[in-house]
Design a protein around this ligand. Structure first.
Ligand code: F6R
Ligand code: MN
Length: 204
């Protein structure tokens, strides 16, 4: 009989977000306090319901140097105000650790922000596409479509998660729907536009 690591072979169901035998992390709207720019829209929505925004099924077949972990992410479609449903976002605790995201279904994007330069980058996350997230990059996944967004994230077992950056000041940019289109804009500019009804958050 051939011996193998537990979870050396898994099967996943993107629709349900389930990987057999893998624990699932569930993030509800109430877990995402502070993640969305429009606080008023957040509180209004939360007062009515606390839906699951995303799940991640985690597979950790091995630990230690050289080992890999991966997660099956599944973000439902929707918005808080103009901002699309998103993941909290994080840096890796081991900063040089990169990550590979493989798009499975739906339409989305990855927002990257280099911790050292502050530079932002928005990359499409689509089926049959692969996004390389370099080390030292805060990364967040966003569902810009009207269906489930599902993807695999594959990373070093030593990467770890650091959410303090996001809890502190959030990403510099927000991805919002403007004139029916996903539009990347500066958070400060978007926040200012919320204070001034009729103002346009678009860069001009
Ligand atoms: C792991 C990774 C993904 C995310 C998942 C949920 O390093 O990047 O598996 O963990 O997309 O996002 P967060 O962790 O930001 O809630
Ligand atoms: Mn990551």
């Amino acid at each position: 009989m051939i011996e193998r690591l537990a979870q050396q072979l898994t099967e996943f169901d993107p629709q349900s977000g389930v990987i057999e035998g893998a624990p699932i992390i569930e993030r509800r709207l109430s877990d995402l306090r502070g993640s969305f720019a429009d606080r008023e829209a957040y509180e209004t929505t939360l007062a009515e319901a606390d839906p699951v925004i995303y799940t991640v099924a985690l597979v950790e077949p091995a630990q230690g140097e050289g080992a890999l972990h991966y997660g099956l992410g599944r973000i439902v479609p929707g918005r808080i105000g103009a901002e699309y449903y998103l993941t909290k976002g994080h840096l890796h605790a081991w900063r040089p650790a990169a990550e590979i995201y493989v798009g499975l279904s739906g339409e989305g994007a990855m927002l990257l922000e280099d911790e050292r330069s502050g530079e932002s980058r928005l990359l499409s996350l689509l089926p049959n596409s692969v996004v390389y997230v370099p080390g030292f990059s805060a990364h967040r996944t966003i569902n810009t479509g009207s269906t489930l967004l599902t993807y695999l994230g594959i990373y070093s077992a030593a990467a770890g998660h650091d959410y303090s950056f996001i809890a502190g000041r959030n990403f510099r940019q927000v991805l919002v729907e403007l004139d029916g289109q996903p539009t990347l804009t500066e958070r400060s500019r978007f926040l200012a536009s919320l204070q001034t009804p009729g103002a346009n958050a678009r860069h001009e």
